[in-house]
Ligand binder design. Structure first.
Ligand SMILES: [Zn+2]
Length: 213
């Protein structure tokens, strides 16, 4: 960003008779004034002050919980070095272009979408409803939910993926007993209780009878 040179004015002479060029310049805000070195002038004084204040304000945001949410969202989607990248970026979960490029659009969306400190950013429910798979972080596919509601969703997702594993192992031809011995995760204790549970999962997914018949 720099000012626009409108006119090269008559050169001035200082007290030691050195020539000083004069330029009429114009800031983006419309203000016009005279300078001797237009290349080193970025904005008028008022605009410089205003931009500086905005920059400091943005920087102030960087200590907020919301900024931390934005930063970790980007890290788990974009940085293979991030701890949870394997469950996000590696699985194709992404951040929309707008949110990826700057914090401000995310912050502004948060302000109008019911964000309160302590809430959890959920991308799963709306992504699923809209048919985005893998899920996307964007204004259309995100919502704020309580930590409690998030725990519930995560538990459901874990259950779903656990049951999917059981079903696919069964479809590969594994016996119920062998699946029960490998995948049973603490629901009941006896072998019959384990197999009964595996059978109930298979029934719920409507694969048990189909394969047995
Ligand atoms: Zn200006």
């Amino acid at each position: 960003m720099s000012v626009k040179v409108l006119k090269h004015l008559a050169t001035k002479r200082d007290s030691k008779n050195r020539s000083i060029p004069q330029y009429l310049v114009k800031c983006e805000c419309g203000k016009e004034w005279t300078v001797s070195a237009p290349n080193r002038t970025n904005n008028c004084k008022e605009c410089s002050n205003r931009l500086g204040a905005e920059k400091r304000k943005t920087h102030g945001d960087h200590n907020t919980a919301l900024y931390a949410i934005w930063r970790s969202m980007k890290a788990r989607c974009n940085s293979p070095k991030a701890q949870s990248y394997k469950n996000y970026g590696a699985k194709g979960v992404s951040v929309c272009k707008e949110w990826n490029s700057a914090f401000e659009p995310f912050r502004d969306w948060a302000k109008t979408s019911g964000y309160v400190k302590g809430m959890h950013l959920d991308k799963d429910e709306k992504s699923k409803k809209l048919g985005f798979s893998p899920a996307v972080y964007s204004p259309d596919t995100c919502q704020w939910i309580t930590q409690q509601a998030n725990n519930k969703i995560e538990l459901q997702m874990n259950t779903d993926s656990y049951e999917k594993t059981i079903v696919s192992e069964y479809e590969r031809g594994r016996t119920i007993t062998s699946i029960a011995n490998q995948y049973y995760n603490g629901r009941g204790k006896s072998t019959s209780a384990k197999t009964k549970y595996i059978e109930s999962v298979l029934k719920r997914h409507k694969v048990w009878k189909r394969i047995r018949a």
